[in-house]
Ligand binder design. Structure first.
Ligand code: C2E
Ligand code: CA
Ligand code: CA
Length: 717
């Protein structure tokens, strides 16, 4: 019932449909970009280049390599698009019905078949490229809904189990649903052909074009406005507007160009202002949506890392009016924020350019150019006048201005999304839950996973250069004497775009991505270097810097020797560095990583058990395990002043630690009441905001000197 409601809920259905179409496009991005670049390579408007290609590869060079790439990309784009949309919708379905999942590949194949049965049998190849997208999207949406509905019907599910089926799960259970879906579309195809004499695809195209054929009057402004508007509306929905309306473009605007040329040859004034060349050079600068203006607006005003990256990648093809990367990648397509400027900019520029030419300010563009001719150059070449370039420059500035506020809005929305994703990522990083693949966040199929992957990539880069990575040190103070007795080294990363990234996120993604070991050793090296600097200016040997070690660092037999090497590098005694591991890692005397901890302990490194009190505190294990320091976690320390239970638990820990000669450090101590209560309970080494937040290395040293000097003075009094 709930599921029925979800399907029936139009808002939900619409947003998941839009998302699926967008995902479909994104999954096709390699093909889209390869196709766009192939088109550019075939049409690069440089006479030298064209000549060189002709000489090198013969007069038919355009039918060669780039044509093949086109054939394998734009030439078949509808097919992967159908599969991509289905894939996306099936994943949503499977999340909602985890007990009755459907294989996304099976679903994609069924939808693909349903699409192909609707094509004209004698010209299938001519209908599966970009021009087939519209019908492709429509059919995949309908076919997948039908298929999923049928697949959910218990009576139609075949449960067969045989060996070897694990590699194609659920293939049999959907067998009948798949056959039925395909058959339904085949019947629709036959029905259409019988009723209208054409295929569904041809009929839909005719229907879409019909109103335009009726209302278009050649070369008039209102015609072009309608044309520009509708082209962009198609584009916005992910349909290659120029291609969908291709017959019209040819019938009207290319014809207008021809009519002008004819009139010019006869010495008559050219009858049309708006021609294909007019639109190409004054309106479609950078591609549909005058998207070069969008790129400029992003580079001027956006603070969003991802948008800027996308704009930088898109600028080179954008100069040749190829904009698939930004349209599908940003995305602009189906993105409500950009709907208004994407439609408005081309309309405004059409009007402005029309007026500029009508009043005689700019000559009429008479030279037909390749559509790949870059802006500014195109204006001059087409009008034989610098005024043509000037009008283009004016249009570029105007278009950029219109895009600017929308780029800001998009930034704000993306920021909010990213903040939410970061929050979720932090929750995941702090939890102990890992996915089926053993990873916490990196292989998630959502925004959080995407953010984690971006961060993982950037963190690995940062680790190579050290850029943005540094350590902070939080003092540990003896509350009886107010002497600073040690410090904990805490890793920090300032991401160039996202700002400071929470350390638990860094650690979780480094663990997932497999570079926690180099990251851990980077931290150790920095901490040793800083500790050596403090040593030089006179800090005593017994001032300990504790370094956090992740569990995954501890499955390495060579670790103890390597740690010693790092200390030797800086001539540090072993008592200057401590090793912190969390409670969940330690306290299992049989585990392999504990053998490594035991060796480290025997070598003279103090082992701290971090976050004690968080998990299943197994006090007895402390007896068998070489623990030197126990760090009491916030769950116990935060409410020690008010909670009897916390105080009692701490009392037990203190008694045991006294017997076993284990030192105690209490974390998250923020106020005097906590200090007083902890003193009564016998806990004196305090790490928390009450004394100090984590500090830079220099500030840590200054803090220790100041506190210790004051403590010594007090002692002498
Ligand atoms: P942790 O080891 O328990 O470190 C203590 C955390 O508590 C630090 O957060 C510190 O800034 C914060 N903290 C200390 N006193 C107070 C207080 O009084 N109030 C409040 N609200 N917070 C306090 P941070 O630096 O964000 O580190 C979080 C965790 O990230 C660490 O928890 C540790 O598990 C991990 N981590 C940090 N650096 C490293 C590292 O170099 N290696 C590894 N493996 N993990 C690290
Ligand atoms: Ca710690
Ligand atoms: Ca801790």
């Amino acid at each position: 019932m709930e599921k029925l409601y979800a399907w029936a809920n139009p808002v939900w259905a619409l947003s998941s449909t839009m998302q699926a179409i967008r995902n479909g496009f994104l999954l096709c991005l390699p093909l889209v970009v390869a196709g766009a670049l192939a088109v550019l390579c075939n049409n690069l408007p440089l006479p030298v280049y064209q000549e060189a290609m002709r000489t090198l590869f013969g007069p038919d060079w355009r039918q060669g390599l780039f044509a093949l790439i086109w054939q394998g990309s734009f030439g078949i784009l509808s097919l992967p698009m159908v599969i991509g949309i289905c894939h996306s919708l099936v994943l949503v379905h499977n999340q909602k019905s985890p007990l009755a999942p459907v294989n996304p590949v099976t679903a994609g194949v069924v939808a693909l078949g349903s699409f192909v049965v609707l094509l004209p049998p004698n010209d299938i190849l001519g209908h599966i490229g970009v021009q087939g997208l519209f019908v492709g999207i429509l059919v995949s949406l309908c076919a997948i809904r039908l298929f999923l509905w049928l697949a959910d019907v218990k009576a139609l599910q075949m449960q067969v189990y045989s060996e070897g089926m694990a590699s194609a799960p659920q293939a049999f259970s959907c067998l009948i649903a798949g056959m039925l879906t395909l058959s339904v579309f085949a019947v629709i195809g036959i029905g259409f052909r019988a009723a209208f004499g054409v295929s569904v695809q041809e009929l839909i195209h005719d229907l879409v074009l019909f109103p335009f054929r009726l209302v278009f009057f050649h070369g008039m402004l209102d015609t072009s406005i309608a044309y520009v508007f509708v082209t962009h509306l198609f584009w916005f929905f992910g349909l290659h507007g120029t291609n969908v309306l291709d017959p019209l473009t040819r019938d009207i605007f290319e014809a207008a160009t021809q009519a002008n040329l004819l009139a010019q040859a006869q010495g008559l004034p050219p009858p049309h202002i708006v021609t294909k060349t007019f639109l190409d050079i004054f309106v479609f600068m950078g591609g549909a949506g005058t998207s070069i203006c969008l790129l400029a607006a992003i580079l001027i005003a956006s603070r969003n890392h991802g948008s800027r990256r996308m704009a930088k990648i898109s600028i080179a093809p954008g100069l040749f009016n190829i904009n698939e990367i930004v349209l599908f990648g940003l995305p602009v397509i189906l993105n409500p924020v950009f709907l208004v400027p994407f439609l408005l900019v081309p309309l405004v520029l059409t009007c402005v350019s029309f007026v500029a030419i009508r009043v005689g300010f700019v000559p009429l563009p008479m030279e037909a150019l390749e559509w790949t001719t870059p802006p500014i150059l195109g204006g001059y070449l087409a009008t034989h006048s610098l005024l043509g370039s000037l009008l283009q420059a004016f249009n570029l500035a105007l278009g950029t201005l219109i895009y600017l506020p929308f780029v800001k809005i998009s930034d704000r929305i993306k920021d909010e999304g990213q903040r939410a994703a970061q929050k979720k990522l932090l929750e995941i990083a702090l939890s102990n839950v890992v996915g089926p693949s053993g990873k916490k966040c990196l292989d998630r199929d959502d925004e959080v996973g995407a953010l984690a992957r971006t961060l993982a990539h950037d963190l690995e880069m940062a680790l190579e250069t050290g850029e943005g990575l540094y350590l902070e040190y939080q003092p540990q103070v003896d509350s009886r004497t107010e002497q600073v007795v040690g410090t904990e080294a805490l890793v920090r990363w300032r991401h160039p775009a996202f700002g400071p990234v929470a350390p638990p996120i860094m650690i979780a993604i480094a663990e997932d991505a497999g570079f926690i070991k180099p990251l851990g050793m980077w931290v150790l090296n920095e901490a040793c270097a800083e500790r050596a600097r403090w040593q030089e200016v006179g800090l005593a040997d017994d001032f300990k810097t504790s370094v956090n070690f992740s569990a995954l660092q501890l499955d390495d037999e060579g670790l103890p020797d390597r740690v010693v090497q790092y200390l030797d590098r800086y001539h540090l005694a072993r008592r200057t560095i401590g090793i912190e591991v969390t409670e969940s890692v330690a306290l299992d005397p049989d585990a392999r990583h504990n053998q490594i901890l035991i060796r480290l302990h025997e070598m003279g490194f103090a082992i701290s058990i971090d976050d004690f009190g968080m998990g299943h505190s197994s006090l007895v294990y402390l007896k068998y395990f070489p623990v030197d320091v126990l760090k009491i976690d916030k769950v116990l320390s935060k409410d020690v002043a008010t909670s009897k239970t916390s105080a009692e638990v701490i009392t037990t820990i203190v008694e045991l630690c006294r017997a076993l000669k284990i030192k105690i450090v209490v974390e998250f101590v923020e106020n005097q009441a906590q200090i007083d209560r902890l003193n009564e309970l016998g806990c004196h080494i305090i790490q928390g905001y009450f004394y100090s937040p984590p500090l830079s290395g220099d500030n840590m040293l200054a803090y220790a000197r100041r506190m210790n000097a004051a403590a010594n003075a007090k002692h002498r009094e």
